[in-house]
Design a protein around this ligand. Sequence first.
Ligand code: PNS
Length: 179
Amino acid sequence: MKKVIAIYPGSFDPLTNGHLDLIERGSKIFDELIVAILRNPEKQSLFSLAERKQMMAAMTERWDNVQVDTFGGLMVDYAIGMKASAVLRGIRAISDYEYELQMALMNRKLAPHLETVFMMPAEAYSYLSSRLVREIAQLGGNIRGLVPELVERRLREKMDPAPKYANLAVFRKSRTKKQ
Ligand code: PNS
């Protein structure tokens, strides 16, 4: 029987619980799901590509049929190269629809055999976006429950790198005293 491989493309800057909810749903209906993180040197991101990939890999290792990869260039070219027949995208609200419809139809024009499949995340995540998570974290707000704990920790380190370097400061201080 033919295996159905799907690509779940996105920026994932950072990944949220909404993305994980969708990945879990996708992993149940596709034989293989490849989470493909966009490599876009023109767009400034909060987390580097390597950081995003590492966090995504850690948070998806519980699903055997989910892999994490990065891609550049046209998504359809990447999908063809991976022998995928479907693209998974999440739709939260009507406001997502216009952009997603335009992208799905353009992708269909470029690669007619590639089917875009839309899924809805759990209601609890219907208002959640990476952009809002970044903004709230940057302004010192509480993002608990919106992103996995690992991402929450990494966001805190990005916003306030002091704790990470606290030990280094103590070390330097003790060396200065000795000299
Ligand atoms: O998480 P995002 O930023 O909404 O994801 C957008 C993404 C990565 C799916 C889209 O920008 C994309 O596919 N970019 C790759 C370039 C491409 O194929 N552009 C043509 C889209 S019709």
